[in-house]
Design a protein around this ligand. Structure first.
Ligand code: UTP
Length: 298
């Protein structure tokens, strides 16, 4: 049986240059989709999948992420005194339990692979989940849970993938698909940011991974790849020579909140999914768009 995955790593040390000036003093992971910071969606997804230890790789100006996952006694006392029990219950529900969080720093943003490597001593010799919090999903069950279901049978390494138009592959890591169904197929190759003509498929890596700890020694030896950054895809490609990689073409829809369009779209879709505001928000959207019908795919 595959070793249980108990730990998740959240790399949150990037500079978020696409969201300047908003991200000059505030981490992009704290930008809100409706009323929850983007990072909270990824933490909720990990918790749903059975994760018990949440490891954040932070950097300068990211202290507020640590505060977000801490208790705020003054606020809690005020909510209690004002009888705001629902808000209080929500705050408590969102919070990982004492001792379930760890924080380490990536001192320079040398790339995603380097950020993951910074978590090596905290993760130790266990398989771990890696969640890029920029990507959030509308899916049930959550994407990491769908991957855990595959992992129970396959073990090894598991990557969530989705289809994009071929002309867009150059912005992503891309996998080559072998035998097996969408819920768990063999990955036979992968490449970071290929030109469409050289891409092995139009299946891109969607920011969710289950990885074996052997990835860390490969990341130790890694040199900068595409874009001058240490890439996780290059290390995974090397690990493929020794271990299995399974792709899960997940059920659901992704929003790349690291891009303005993805972030704005996520706000619309998640707001329309919220019973407390959906009707009023839809009415506003209709006045903005005239008679253009807005349909939200589930
Ligand atoms: P991105 O490349 O999307 O993040 O990395 P970025 O560099 O912050 O964004 P832009 O392009 O400048 O706007 C995906 C995830 O990896 C983290 C980011 O914080 C983000 O969650 N990351 C990236 C690190 O932790 N360290 C890095 O060196 C690079």
């Amino acid at each position: 049986m595959a070793n249980r995955v108990r730990t998740a790593v959240f790399p949150v040390a990037g500079l978020g240059t696409r969201f300047l000036p908003a991200t000059k003093a505030m981490p992009k992971e704290m930008l809100t989709v409706v009323d929850r910071p983007v990072i909270q969606y990824a933490v909720d997804e990990a918790r749903e999948a059975g994760i018990e230890h949440f490891v954040f790789v932070t950097g300068r100006n990211k202290g507020v992420i640590e505060d977000h996952f801490d208790r705020q006694f003054e606020l809690e006392a005020t909510l209690e005194a004002r009888g705001k029990s629902e808000a209080l219950a929500e705050l408590r529900r969102d919070l990982p339990r004492a001792g379930q969080t760890s924080f380490t720093r990536q001192q320079e943003p040398l790339g995603l692979g380097h950020a993951v490597w910074c978590a090596r001593d905290i993760v130790g010799r266990e398989p771990f989940a890696l969640l890029l919090p920029d990507m959030i999903f509308q899916s049930a069950p959550g994407v990491l849970k769908q991957m855990m279901d595959a992992y129970e049978t396959t073990g090894g390494n598991v990557i969530a993938v989705e289809e994009v138009p071929m002309e867009n592959v150059a912005s992503y890591g891309v996998v080559a698909r072998g035998e097996g169904p969408d819920t768990g197929f063999a990955i036979t190759g992968m490449v970071e940011k290929p030109k469409p003509a050289n891409a092995p498929s139009n299946l891109i890596i969607s920011g969710r991974y289950i990885l074996q700890p052997e990835i860390f020694s490969l990341l130790s030896d890694a040199t900068a790849g595409a874009g001058g950054e240490i890439q996780i895809t290059d290390a995974m490609h090397q690990l493929m020579a020794r271990q299995s990689f399974t792709g899960v073409k997940y059920q659901g829809r992704s929003f790349d909140c690291g891009s303005k369009i993805g972030f704005l779209t996520a706000n619309v879709v998640f707001a329309l999914d919220r019973p407390d505001i959906a009707d009023d928000f839809m009415a506003e959207l209709k006045t903005l768009t005239g008679d253009i019908p807005i349909s939200i795919a589930n």
